[in-house]
Design a protein. Structure first.
Lengths: 494, 494
């Protein structure tokens, strides 16, 4: 009964539960009739992402690189089972016509591909990935790349994707800049430095790292996560610099009226926070619960075949991942201030009306210095909103894929299941309702203002500009499904 | 068979295992014959400390405040069962002579006291603490403070300790400075700012926060943990300023010869690292495995009564906690550079011979910029060494308490159980042997140079100066056991 509810804290338990409870009955080990990607791989992969990458799946650059590689492995392995589709990084032949009622071959290929990609992403869990095969009667020792067999297709697909992306510019192996010892995976190699420190707002227009609490009493200072994401090779377009966002004029402190109005808007949103807004903020902060689950839900609702599901998931991830590259380019360019800094700067010494923190509700005499956003800010400059942009890219891709704006998705949320205010919020069981993809992207974007982590302009510009990345991904998919796109050489960006 | 071995990663599992496997057989639920403090409370409390405060129990200010309060609750509850002892913060009467073979009354008082202190320290785990009582047949609903009953003594003891220490200057409730909203527990309220950033070593004599990796690809910048610890009320002396350390002259970059020699010493130690040194470094980094276990081991070896065990543990914690206050005062005063910064500064552009990182062994062509300490540095300036100082204070207290330097403790370490080089180090099963408390403190101190996180002077001065804190704690104990120390009013430092 509670399986489908957002549970407090242990998000990854929720993920497993939600996947299992989705519309179609779970068909975990039924390779002939089930969907191995959603039924077997996703719950295990999501657990690894939550535990090793991002506890709330709220770091888009790291989370999306993992998900685009995992789903990329699926696509690469599934392509031979389609009449015309080709992989991005491989040509694994064409499987003869098979009884399409039997999913065993495509599922087997997907499982071996998943094992390979997941072992690359999470090498310390290699036993888990081998067990994933063993549990459904497949032999993890089978290392063949014979593309006349499903296992061989899967193994070859994994190798193609890993070799294709291992030097994609994100510095996954930590050796960027010629580093030979003590590798620093995913560390910046571009030399980014914030102009402000956590202790001093030297330039109130620019990004200031915040001091965030970890556990009972450890505080750490934020560090711009993967500034080099802007240099990563995109899937669906050549050059990220072909895209840009207008400057965030109201974040320029020399335009103090605009700057003040923009800060006040965030306080006004904070003062209007209700349970619905709080849960929306938490839901969209988690890229797996929002982007990932919407893909699974819409695929099951449309009764997609395994191949079509894989395409809908991989190319959605392409849309989001490529959107993120441009967002990072613009974040790096503008290096814009977050609301917490601007509010303290503008309203120092004054009291404001706003959310007073967990369990405190809305208060009218909050010292501005003590205001905090409902969610902690992510580790990067404010403008534009990555969350709003990837939601807009994702929604546009889905509209094109399904040729419809409808989704009719209703996400149940149990009373007291908030991550921020556990036991208190929401006051009673409720639902987050998304009748259309348009509603989904609008709520997603606006939730960043409700969360107190973005100004309105960062959301508005992302919602306006980012559908283009859904279109790019859709066009990219069309070429691959038709088999007309040439095979891509491995990235060499590091 | 492997119960007593240091296990990789999940340190808290080890803790539970080590406690259970210590010399005397576990007597978990036998209140009449067992020791509730070691058998029941310690494993549960250690788990909470690892999970909520410090994953490797390597943050002394936060860890020691928790342990001194927990053991302080035991002492406050145990005092009435001694012929003359009085509590620090309470006068809970004197229990009539009892059959000393029956530990039930003192164990019961200790358990109720533990529940109270642990609920204050870890309120979200209140069910765990109530279950701790329930599991041995005690009623957690019993809230009496009737000091003619063991439960009442325990409840009153907990309240006395919590009220005594809640405003001790560490900012446990996060309201220091008059903060009313979004409290920041244990956050600095003294306005400390580092002169260097993680990106720029502006002054090579001074502390530089390092950038440390969390999970797959998140990097965070260090923040001096609890600079206000220097202002916390000590137990065993009035004024921390009565103690001081000589300046760390070799950390002054204007004395470049000394500065270079000091940096080279750390590289030499790194180049000589063997399995024994690596495991010593890991062992002493963890204040629960080193300080805590040595107390339990020595108490069981000496077959101490429950009361004497409690005294040996609480006053050891007093020695370490008070030593830490002075160490923080000096760390704050000198704000001294860590080896990683100095080595990069002095040897920039050169290669050095040193440990090359996990799995790489000793290498002769290591670019100085790529050198990393075997352990990550703790979140505070370098000089003096907190670990060496608390070990020296602890060892001196034990020598006085047992009137002997002998300990004859041998800690088994399983092959491959290193936290830093799991599966590789140590190459085979080995033991860490401590024949005497002097050997214990010497290895403890030196392990900080082996770990690459301290210069030799920080260790040498700590070993020279810090036995005084063991003496202070012993004198403090003598007054309380004799019943001559007046009751102390609650701290008012915040």
């Amino acid at each position: 009964m509670k399986n489908g509810f957002l549970s407090a804290g242990k998000t990854f338990i929720l993920v497993v539960a939600l996947f299992v409870s989705m519309k179609a009955p779970a068909q975990g080990s039924d390779l002939a009739n089930g969907n191995a990607a959603t039924d077997i791989v996703l719950p295990a992969a999501a657990t690894a992402i939550f535990e090793e990458i991002s506890p709330n799946a709220s770091d888009p650059s790291l989370v999306l690189r993992a998900t685009v590689l995992i789903t990329g492995g699926w696509y690469e392995a599934a392509a031979p089972f389609h009449p015309t589709a080709v992989g991005v990084y491989s040509r694994l032949g064409r499987q003869p016509d098979q009884n399409s009622a039997d999913n065993s071959p495509i599922n087997t290929a997907i499982l071996y591909a998943s094992r390979g990609v997941l072992t690359y992403l999470f090498p310390t869990r290699s036993e888990t990935w081998d067990d994933m095969l063993r549990n459904v009667g497949l032999d993890p020792e089978l290392r063949t790349e014979d593309t006349t067999t499903p296992a061989g297709i899967g193994n070859a697909a994994a190798r193609a994707v890993v070799e294709g992306r291992q030097n994609d510019g994100i510095n996954a192996d930590g050796t960027a800049g010629g580093r030979s010892f003590n590798p620093m995976p995913f560390a910046d190699y571009t030399g980014y430095q914030p102009v402000n420190t956590a202790h001093q707002l030297v330039d109130p227009s620019r990004w200031q790292p915040d001091i965030q609490r970890k556990g009972a009493g450890i505080y750490r200072v934020q560090n711009f996560v993967t500034p080099q994401y802007r240099l990563v090779e995109p899937f669906s377009f050549e050059d990220a610099q072909a895209f840009s966002f207008p400057p965030p004029v109201a974040s320029d402190v020399t335009k103090i009226d605009l700057y003040t109005t923009q800060a006040q808007e965030v306080l006004d949103a904070s003062a209007a926070l209700d349970d619905q807004m709080k849960l929306m903020a938490e839901f969209f902060d988690n890229k797996i619960s929002s982007l990932g689950f919407s893909t699974v839900f819409s695929a099951k609702a449309a009764n997609l075949s395994v191949f079509d599901y894989v395409a809908s998931d991989f190319f959605s991830n392409v849309a989001a991942f490529d959107a993120g590259i441009v967002v990072w380019q613009e974040k790096h360019k503008y290096d814009a201030v977050r609301p917490f800094s601007a509010i303290r700067h503008v309203f120092a010494g004054e009291t404001v009306t706003a959310f007073g923190g967990p369990g405190r509700g809305i208060v009218v005499d909050l010292p501005a210095e003590e205001w905090a956003s409902y969610l902690e800010e992510a580790d990067h400059p404010e403008y534009p909103s990555a969350t709003a942009c990837v939601c807009a890219a994702h929604a546009e891709f889905k509209r094109l894929f399904f040729q419809s704006d409808d989704i009719n998705w209703s996400v149940p949320v149990a009373a007291g299941s908030s991550r921020i205010e556990p036991g208190l919020v929401p006051a009673k069981d409720m639902k987050l309702n998304f009748p259309t993809w348009t509603a989904f992207e609008q709520d997603c974007g606006q939730s960043r203002v409700w969360a107190g982590v973005h100004f309105q302009a960062a959301v508005d510009e992302s919602l306006k500009i980012c559908p283009v990345f859904g279109k790019q991904a859709y066009t990219f998919m069309e070429g691959l499904l038709a088999g007309t796109t040439p095979v891509r050489p491995p990235s060499t960006g590091r």
